[in-house]
Ligand binder design. Structure first.
Ligand code: AMP
Length: 284
């Protein structure tokens, strides 16, 4: 596996791929890699793409400086995992390489109403920061295909919009890959490393609440279901930001489930210091 810290070096490999007509698959991450990340690399490799993974803990997407400071960094283990997954190239840039003019936003990304929903509402500025870094990374890596995890459901929608705004729709194919879970259902996340033993056990409540919603979606009114799931979380010591049943295509909150409704449940909740998110498609 090639490791590049600088854009100038990376660009040589990218141009070589373009020259040979070899398509590039790109997996942007913030490191502290787990099997969920690895599944994205595997999906890219399965399509025989020259697979580039980036590890960059993007300061502009953290609305809470404490969360940024405490974000886990496990670079040596990450490199081992990427070798194991058959990743072709790791891009490991510094903050200066990504933001040579400083981290201050240069523009506003017009991603529409989705910016103020759910994580957008509870993490002001978060999605602007995500767009800022991903636009930069896409300009550098120039991938043919992008691999994203459904675990970050709203982020997938934001980045689909970003690719449209960049006029790259039709140039970059977006692949949304299923959420990988631990044996007890907890969605894999870099933030799980911050949980102590007891919190780690309690953390499965999110999956249990989502499963409860899926099992009862045609049986109880939406607001009752949301209240029950909320109660399950608070009873286990969580402080939920949101427990929402939304239209799976638009993310607008749903009031009732009709015959052709496609619904997704989304949860974001704090367990002490650690904020966890997860989601599940509820309808067939
Ligand atoms: P992150 O490093 O958390 O920014 O995530 C990098 C990419 O991995 C994003 O596209 C995430 O949606 C994806 N991802 C994170 N957790 C999982 C998971 N449990 N299963 C599949 N993909 C994931």
């Amino acid at each position: 596996m090639i490791i590049c810290k600088e854009i100038s070096e990376l660009s040589q490999y990218i141009y070589a791929c373009k020259k040979e007509g070899r398509p590039v698959g790109f997996v942007p991450t913030m490191g502290a890699l787990h099997d969920g990340h690895v599944s994205l690399i595997t999906a890219s490799k399965a399509k025989s793409l020259f697979t580039i993974c980036s590890i960059f803990v993007n300061p502009t997407q953290f609305n809470d400086p404490k969360d940024f400071e405490k974000y886990p960094v496990t670079i040596d283990i990450d490199i081992e995992k990427l070798y194991g997954a058959g990743c072709d190239l790791l891009f490991l840039p510094s903050v200066n390489e990504i933001y040579p003019n400083g981290t201050k936003p240069q523009k506003h990304y017009d991603i529409g109403y989705i910016e103020n929903l759910l994580d957008g509402k509870y993490r002001p500025g978060h999605f602007q920061g995500v767009c800022q870094v991903v636009e930069r990374l896409l300009d550098i890596v120039m991938p043919d295909e992008l691999f994203l995890g459904q675990k970050d459901y709203q982020q997938c929608m934001v980045l689909t919009k970003l690719v449209e705004l960049m006029n790259k729709k039709g140039w970059i194919k977006i692949n949304i890959c299923p959420t990988l879970r631990e044996a007890d259902g907890l969605a894999m996340s870099s933030r799980n490393m911050r949980l102590n033993k007891e919190e780690r056990q309690t953390a499965t409540t999110i999956f249990k609440a989502l499963t409860y919603l899926k099992e009862h979606i045609y049986q109880l009114p939406v607001d009752t279901l949301q209240q029950h799931a909320h109660d399950m979380l608070t009873a286990n010591g969580f402080k939920p930001d949101y427990v929402t049943i939304a239209d799976a295509t638009t993310l607008m909150p749903l009031e009732k489930i009709e015959k052709n409704t496609k619904a997704v449940a989304l949860i974001a909740a704090f367990l002490n210091e650690v904020r966890l998110i997860d989601n599940m498609i509820l309808t067939d």
